[in-house]
Design a protein around this ligand. Structure first.
Ligand SMILES: Cc1cc2nc3c(=O)[nH]c(=O)nc-3n(C[C@H](O)[C@H](O)[C@H](O)COP(=O)(O)O)c2cc1C
Length: 310
């Protein structure tokens, strides 16, 4: 089965992706947080994160967020200039600032802009595209309304996070809705949403796939479920897809992220803010996490990290 590491802005930057790939692996593709247009320009900071040199050897897919065909074309141009021939389109970001401007899950409310993007994709046969979407922004009908256009897109697969944009991350991912969409989308489908590690007592990808596969067989679309994309579950337990020792994974990944932060960032507060993001979701003992998050100097931080247990 195909497994993807979801893009998580503020967490899965190039250094994190490399650290996970080198220390754990077991993931087919890592998606970058979205590259966007800001003040009429493709954001330089985003392009630094998609610099192919930083991602060399790591199976990476850059993602863009666009309002219409014109923005999409400019973002593709910038990524293609960097050498990318694989691009994912974000049609699922629920952040109000993106939605209000017709981007992310807001794009699902504008079939005319989705059409423009389809035409831009058709102009670029050298690029392999995929789409990551939600059910809709306000209602499921929005996703179903753009479905015929998405079906016409030349896509490797569609990743579907079965929540509405207006829900943000509230409630649970609607697996029944995922099944309904899988019946009408012609592309291979990747399931995304609330997949967690075994020990968490929540959902596990194997179980996830089994249930979906069982249902899928019932609708005779056995080959259509391509795999899963996992986000917060992997941030919480980066080792969840391997048989590696959790504490060792944490120490090894941390060593890479720590070295990069101290070599590239300036001042304790900048360095600590990057390092805190690494620990934020991690499944470790409560006391150590509290001490790490409270540390305002690097020596204090290092003391706290030294006592981490699970
Ligand atoms: C802090 C945060 C940042 C995110 N950034 C992105 C992003 O840049 N692009 C994107 O497509 N999805 C983004 N997402 C959504 C995740 O990729 C994923 O779809 C969502 O977390 C549901 O999957 P999960 O339950 O496995 O985490 C973000 C989610 C969170 C919580």
């Amino acid at each position: 089965m195909y497994v993807a590491f979801a893009p998580l802005q503020g967490y899965t930057d190039a250094v994190y992706r490399r650290a996970h790939w080198e220390c754990v692996g077991g993931v087919d593709e890592y998606y970058t947080p979205f590259v966007r247009i800001e003040k009429g320009e493709v954001r330089k900071k985003d392009l630094r994160d998609t610099d192919p040199a930083a991602d060399e050897g790591v199976p990476t897919v850059p993602q863009v967020i666009a309002r219409d065909g014109d923005e999409f074309a400019r973002l593709c141009d910038a990524l293609q200039k960097q050498g990318w021939r694989r691009i994912d389109l974000n049609m699922g970001c629920p952040f109000p600032m993106q939605v209000r401007t017709g981007r992310g899950s807001g794009l699902l409310q504008h079939p005319e802009h989705v059409e423009e993007i389809l035409r831009e994709m058709q102009k670029r046969p050298e690029v392999t595209f995929s789409v990551k979407m939600r059910l809709g922004q306000e209602c499921e009908e929005e996703g179903l309304r753009v479905m015929p256009i998405i079906n016409e897109m030349p896509l490797l697969h569609v990743t579907l996070h079965p929540r509405l944009g207006k829900q943000q991350y509230k409630g649970v991912a609607d697996r029944e809705a995922f099944m309904r969409f899988m019946e009408v989308f012609r592309h291979p489908m990747v399931y995304n949403g609330d997949v967690w590690g075994v020990e968490s007592g929540k959902w596990h990808p194997e179980g996830e796939l089994n249930t979906l596969e069982k249902k899928e067989n019932a609708v005779k679309k056995g080959e259509r479920l391509k795999g899963v994309m996992i986000g917060r579950g992997l941030l919480t337990q980066p080792w969840m897809l391997s048989d590696k020792e959790p504490l060792e994974v944490i120490r090894n990944m941390h060593a890479i992220i720590y070295r990069h932060a101290t070599e590239h960032l300036c001042g304790d507060s900048q360095i600590l803010s990057r390092l805190h993001a690494f620990w934020e979701y991690l499944d470790i003992d409560h006391k150590a996490k509290k001490a790490i998050m409270k540390a305002t100097t690097l020596p204090r931080y290092r003391e706290a990290v030294a006592i981490v247990t699970l």
